[in-house]
Design a protein around this ligand. Structure first.
Ligand SMILES: Nc1ncnc2c1ncn2[C@@H]1O[C@H](COP(=O)(O)OP(=O)(O)OP(=O)(O)O)[C@@H](O)[C@H]1O
Ligand SMILES: [Mg+2]
Length: 249
């Protein structure tokens, strides 16, 4: 897909601040997410990365700042707002509900019902089989009735990613999605991000692993103590430089 540099960023955040009592988790952060990009969100523990992700996904209310989507002022105050903007968040553990089947998870909060309010189980199950087979290939998963709690970390990630793809998300937020994954599972998640970029889905990838970040990201935003301290394209930086930036603050 050709990169259209004339279009406004998918998301543009200006002056984002968040305080928790006396803690200033974020102050005056500007952040944009372009079309067709994987953005690495880096920084040491407590830098504010997760807070920023939570503000974008609508589970944390920002204290200050403005948000534009495709050049138009918008607001994100809850999960419905972010879903409407095509934002899907993938966490290591809480993206899916363990004791529920894969198909229930796939349609979580988007259940299809008939006019009497009953779940259209067969349709949701059949579509889930389709998604599992066709969408992203998920090794070792083909039964939509299988409980998500019995899947490996990587398989859960894959189901969450498949859901994001199926519901045509525009932006995937991944907050340390690979911290508990095997080498192979991690490679899969990294590959999904690159594949999705080709399909026009941008990702914001939070990680402490700069090698993973460098493998897939087009641009890096480095946070320290709630502030943005760098915003550089991959072409303009190196792993060494990013490491120094993160460690020095
Ligand atoms: N619910 C909360 N209540 C109070 N303080 C919070 C809350 N969530 C985050 N903070 C504080 O906000 C700051 C930023 O935290 P955040 O979780 O965003 O950091 P992070 O960059 O994701 O760190 P890590 O790499 O360790 O996940 C920290 O000082 C943290 O203690
Ligand atoms: Mg975090």
């Amino acid at each position: 897909m050709p990169l259209d540099t004339n279009t406004a960023p998918l998301l543009n955040l200006r002056g984002i601040g968040k305080t928790y009592g006396r803690t200033e988790a974020l102050s005056d952060v500007d952040l944009h997410v372009n079309q067709n990009e994987v953005l690495g969100l880096l920084g040491d523990n407590g830098a504010g990365k997760s807070t920023l992700i939570k503000i974008l996904s609508g589970v944390v209310d920002r204290t200050t700042g403005d948000i534009e989507a495709d050049g138009t002022p918008t607001d994100i105050r809850n999960r419905q707002d972010s879903a409407k903007l095509g934002i899907e968040t993938i966490y290591q553990d809480i993206a899916l509900v363990g004791p529920m089947s894969i198909w229930r998870n796939m349609y979580l909060a988007r259940e299809l019902c008939n006019r009497f309010g009953f779940l259209r189980r067969r349709e949701m199950r059949d579509t889930t089989v389709d998604i599992l087979r066709k969408g992203v290939e998920i090794t070792g998963v083909d039964d939509p009735e299988a409980e998500v709690g019995g899947l490996s970390g990587g398989q859960m990630q894959a189901v969450a990613i498949a859901r994001a793809v199926h519901f045509r998300s525009k932006i995937l937020l991944l907050d340390e999605p690979t911290s508990a994954l095997s080498v192979r599972e991690t490679e899969n998640v990294l590959k999904y991000m690159v594949d999705l970029r080709e399909e026009g889905v941008s990702s914001v990838f939070v990680t402490h692993n700069l090698y993973h970040a460098f493998q897939v990201c087009d641009r890096f935003v480095v946070m320290a103590h709630g502030r943005k301290i760098a915003d550089v394209t991959k072409a303009d930086t190196t792993i060494e430089e990013l490491t120094k930036l993160i460690v020095a603050h």
